[in-house]
Each structure stands twice: as C-alpha cells, then as structure tokens.
Design a protein. Sequence first.
Length: 177
Amino acid sequence: MMESKEKDISKYLSYILRHKPESIDLKLDSNGWANIDEIIQKTEVFPLTKEVIDDIVKNSPKQRFIIKGKQIRANQGHSINIDLNLTSTIPPNILYHGTAEKYVPSIIKGGLLPQKRQYVHLSTNQITAKEVGARHGKPILLNIDAKNMYKDGYSFYLSENGVYLTQAVPSQYIEIL
C-alpha cells in the first residue's frame, strides 16, 4: 500500500504524463516518454528526486509507469494523443470492466467508449475491475465477450502493466454481472 505522499506524487505523475504535460511545460515525445531530470527540474509541487520517482514506479501496485534509462512514461490512460507502440494481441475469452451504476444505462445504449482517453481499459481480474468502478459510485461489473469481439475484427492491445486496451466495446459484447 502506498503512503499518502507517494500516492499524491503518483497522481501528479499520472496527471502530467497522461493528461497535462503542458501544465509544467513538459515535452513528451510522440510515444509519451519524458525526461526524468526535466520532470524533477520543472516540478514545484513536490520535492522530487530520481530515487523518489524510482520508488513510486517500483512500489506502485497498479504499475502505471515504466522507466527506461532516463525516461519515464505512463503505461496507458492517456487523454492526449500519443503512440504507445502497442502490438495487437489475442485477448482472453472474457475480460472485465468496472463502472459506476449511474453509467450503466448509457453503456447499454451505446457500449463502452474511451471517453476522454485513447482506449477502453479492460481487466482479466474481477476484483480490479470492481475497484475501478467503485471510484465513481456503486460499482457494477461488466463481463466483456472479448473472444467474439476479436473474432469479429476488433483489435486488442496489452499494456506494459497487463491492462487490455481496445477502441470501444459495442453493447452486444457486454453482459452486466
């Protein structure tokens, strides 16, 4: 479990690497990579060091980030347009998505859409999916027929931290559990 300060820094890193790099005048390359030294230099909210960032990346239970050399990026969840260089993969037969009860009517009508993100996030784990859904209200677990989606031509990608990504999930592939 992350301590409060580490959790706050992790949220901050998510914010600048996934949504608003311009908030600190941070430059991401086309694949979402940022220079760690630049983040440290431009961050005024927290006293950041390479060691603090390394610890957060290493100890985060959700593994939202990856470090390669002097670069860091978020594994998925971007609302900005970047190319994660994901390779299409065959998904498991069933995947899960957690949502809040208040969103179920629109999901039944229009399916799962990425909203402000690049992809819809799907999990192999019911517990994780339910935890995600609980962030916005009473959690509802959705069963996604990934096997038939894939057979019907939909692409799936697997992020570095084990989250399955797809452009959208039409309602005919969704079962409310």
